[in-house]
Write a protein that binds this ligand. Structure first.
Ligand code: NAD
Length: 294
């Protein structure tokens, strides 16, 4: 029987714990954790993500602030806005929603965020801490994925994990976490594959756990995995679909329907990793708050 790794179920369980913690803080007269998000321009997918982050903040009792800027904003102006939030003691965490317009360097922006408020974990300092297995803000998507694996009791120790995609927000930190010595989600033998990997199917067929994050709909086919594999599908691509009210559907990177019976466990899209990513962000915001207040 294939297990559906349900992000809705797992994130609800974790969010319940956060909600209780926040209500205890508020009962003691403290202010709740506060997440700020910067959104530049009006990219449709980014609008959806940011709205979902705000909704989830409200659900667990966090304050949230959305700062919107026109896509004509300059790098200098955006750096000034980031600086204001860095200096605002009422805000614990800040994210700059990516992608940014072409004239703005994303690394420059994420490195301008105070590392103690960098709840996306993209700052060079926090990325360095992660690679040294030190306590830090783990980027929300890989963090959500390890929490999902833990929720469903999927052990990674001694397993061969293949991560497909090496981006700094998903694949690379994912490979670091799985290969770390952390007893909850590490100790796997990790292969990190990317666009120049030869004979990818030969590699994925050896994997006990596959994390696929390439952004190509249905990229990972049923004949590329072995019987009993655990498949974590990070991809979310809007595919035009006139049968849908919104005019598009969301496709993952894995051919879910065709591989379902072959898998020991698999994440659906939507309803899998996306919800866990938001959970990761909430957890990081609470961590930033606690570091300041305890
Ligand atoms: P990216 O474009 O930064 O990176 C894609 C990676 O895929 C690259 O490292 C590239 O080398 C690799 N790749 C491309 N073609 C390949 C091929 N043919 N074979 C092997 N590797 C190949 O993307 P990203 O930001 O990591 O996002 C990947 C996907 O995950 C996108 O669909 C994105 O929307 C989605 N995403 C989802 C969440 C979530 O919360 N569910 C979060 C972040 C990203």
């Amino acid at each position: 029987m294939t297990t559906i790794l349900d992000g809705k179920v797992a994130s609800a369980a974790y969010k319940q714990v956060i909600t209780e913690e926040v209500s205890q803080l508020v009962a003691k007269g403290k202010r709740p954790p506060h997440l700020a998000a910067i959104l530049v321009g009006n990219d449709g997918a980014s609008e959806t993500y940011v709205a979902s982050k705000e909704k989830n903040c409200a659900q667990v009792g966090f304050n949230s602030t959305l700062l919107r800027f026109d896509e004509s904003i300059s790098e200098t102006q955006l750096l000034e806005e980031i600086d204001k939030i860095n200096k605002n003691d009422d805000i614990d965490g800040l994210i700059v929603q990516l992608p940014l317009p072409k004239h703005i360097n994303p690394d420059k922006m994420t490195d301008a965020i105070l590392p103690s408020k960098d709840v996306d974990g993209f700052h060079t300092f926090n990325a360095g801490q992660l690679s040294k297995n030190m306590d830090t803000f783990i980027p929300a998507t890989p963090y959500g994925i390890v929490k999902l694996l833990m929720h469903y009791g999927i052990s990674t120790k001694g397993k061969h994990a293949v991560v497909v995609g090496r981006s700094m927000i998903v694949g690379r930190p994912m490979s670091i976490l799985l290969s770390s010595s952390n007893s909850d989600y590490g100790n796997a033998t990790v292969t990190l594959a990317h666009r120049y990997t030869d004979n990818l199917a030969d590699i994925t067929k050896q994997a006990d756990i596959i994390v696929v994050a390439v952004g190509i709909p249905l990229f990972l086919k049923a004949d590329m995995i072995k019987e009993g594999a655990v498949v974590i599908d990070v991809g979310i691509t809007r595919v035009p679909d006139e049968t849908k009210k919104r005019g598009f559907r969301l496709d993952g990177d894995a051919d879910y329907d065709k591989m379902f019976d072959k898998c020991e466990a698999i994440t659906p899209v939507p309803g899998g990793v996306g919800l866990m990513t938001i959970l990761g962000l909430l957890d990081n915001t609470l961590k930033a708050y606690k570091a300041k207040h305890e």
